[in-house]
Design a protein around this ligand. Structure first.
Ligand code: LLP
Length: 427
């Protein structure tokens, strides 16, 4: 069920008209629905429960990079979520939001010594290590601190996620993970290091996957490795399948989260039943987009209607700096007028004020709009605000979270003075 719907001709977030939010907080503004976030997280948590998983046997680690607002992290943390982070900054956000470091996994190819120190000092659950040099550095840093770092190796299962090349990560020729063929050797190196404790195995093959077949293929390949490692006495306690489940942007039909998890657990259970006794392996997921993507929209106001020689433009007050996805990936986002007008629709490119031809949010859309109208750019909850910038000295949008008829301001709009606050004039 969408939590953004028309009520009496006005687009609402839950029970709050977007016109009211624009009056109160201005535009552009990111708007998140609390009910949608809860529902999306619950689709993971409920599936875990349904298949007999407890906190000891399954953990959902929300991928912070998709939307890192403190209130979003706080809400998910309270629902029991763990967190997948990729920087020291994201760890500090999780802590500031009250999240538990014991449920934090640290992914990413380029962890610095300082980031390792920070994460070790908070005893995070696990480092997802991506290379041998990183293993050596982590071993060294942990040794200096008198700690042992829990480690999983990100293995590149070399399966084709069949998604946009920029967000496909499980193939041979990208920078992520350890090659499948090198996994055993890398685990041998890891298990011989004194300050490293091997606990898991992980992968992340790509994002916006509509079909779970590549993910299940990746599970099979990781399971084979777990068996090969067990034969050498290297015991893997958790299997982390990464994120990747897609959402509906434009008549997309992503697999239902519950069905995907059911298939993962069935695979893991069948494998355990066949040749393993003892404690079941813990399964980890790192979803981002499927939790926040459709829980958020970007509200923007039409500044001008411009009739060009070959095209009509709706020039809005949001731009590529607010939502990079169209410019960067030619991503498609739905556009819905906040007020349903009964005037003839025309075809528009929805563009922003930034001085780049690539500054567009949507192309060739039939819209019945006029100057001053509000538009909702749909499915903007994931990789929207987190990828925004200050290009053209544009302050970042405000963020609000709607809970029924209540609106919480969860990030103030940036002022120009905020943007140059860290700069100094020459003496
Ligand atoms: N785990 C790892 C290691 C990742 O790199 C990612 C996303 C996730 C989990 C979460 O994946 P999700 O469940 O959200 O698919 N900016 C792009 C998406 C980049 C994804 C990067 N990695 C976009 O706007 O489409």
């Amino acid at each position: 069920m969408s939590h953004f719907s028309y009520q009496d001709g006005v687009l609402c977030a839950e029970h709050t008209p977007l016109t009211q939010i624009a009056r109160q907080f201005g535009s552009p503004t990111y708007i998140y629905s609390k009910a949608a976030l809860v529902e999306n997280f619950s689709s993971y948590a409920d599936a875990c429960k349904k298949h007999g998983r407890t906190d000891d046997t399954a953990l959902v680690c929300y991928s912070v990079k998709s939307n890192s607002n403190l209130a979003v992290l706080q809400l998910l943390g309270k629902l029991g979520s763990g967190f997948d982070i990729v920087s020291g900054g994201e760890l500090l956000r999780v802590l500031a939001a009250g999240g538990s470091p014991r449920k934090v996994i640290f992914s990413g190819v380029g962890k610095s010594r300082e980031e390792m120190q920070l994460a070790l000092s908070h005893d995070i659950l696990c480092f997802n290590v991506e290379s041998i040099p990183e293993l050596h550095r982590l071993n060294e840093v942990a040794g200096e601190m008198g700690k042992r770092a829990s480690v999983s190796l990100r293995v590149n299962p070399n399966v084709d996620a069949k998604t946009h090349p920029y967000i496909s990560t499980g193939l041979k020729d990208n920078k992520f993970g350890v090659a499948y063929e090198d996994a055993l050797t890398t685990y041998r190196v890891a298990s011989a290091l004194p300050n490293i404790s091997v606990v898991g195995i992980d992968c992340h093959i790509g994002s916006q996957l509509l079909d779970d077949a590549p993910l299940l293929e990746a599970v099979d390949k990781l399971i084979e490795l777990i068996d090969a490692l067990a034969a050498e006495g290297i015991v893997i306690h958790h299997l982390d399948i990464g994120g990747g489940i897609g959402i509906n942007y434009d008549n997309d039909k992503p697999v239902a989260v519950g069905d995907y998890l059911a298939r993962v657990f069935a695979k893991v259970d069948a494998w355990r039943a066949k040749n393993h006794a003892g404690a079941p392996i813990k399964v980890l997921f790192e979803p981002g987009r499927s939790i926040v993507g459709n829980a958020g929209i970007l509200l923007t106001e039409v500044q001008y209607i411009k009739h060009g020689e070959t095209k009509n433009f709706a020039i809005v007050d949001a731009a590529m700096n607010d939502l990079m996805r169209p410019a960067m990936y030619e991503a498609w986002h739905g556009v819905q007028p906040v007020l349903q007008r009964h005037v003839a629709a025309q075809t528009y490119d929805v563009v922003g004020p930034v001085c780049e031809s690539g500054d567009w949010l949507a192309r060739s859309r039939e819209l019945a709009i006029q100057e001053g109208d509000l538009l909702a750019i749909m499915s903007a909850g994931a990789y929207g605000m987190t990828m925004s910038s200050n290009y053209n000295t544009r302050g970042r949008a405000a963020e609000v979270m709607v809970d029924g008829a209540t609106v919480h301001l969860i990030r103030k709009r940036e002022l120009a003075s905020d943007l140059f606050a860290l700069e100094t004039l020459l003496p």
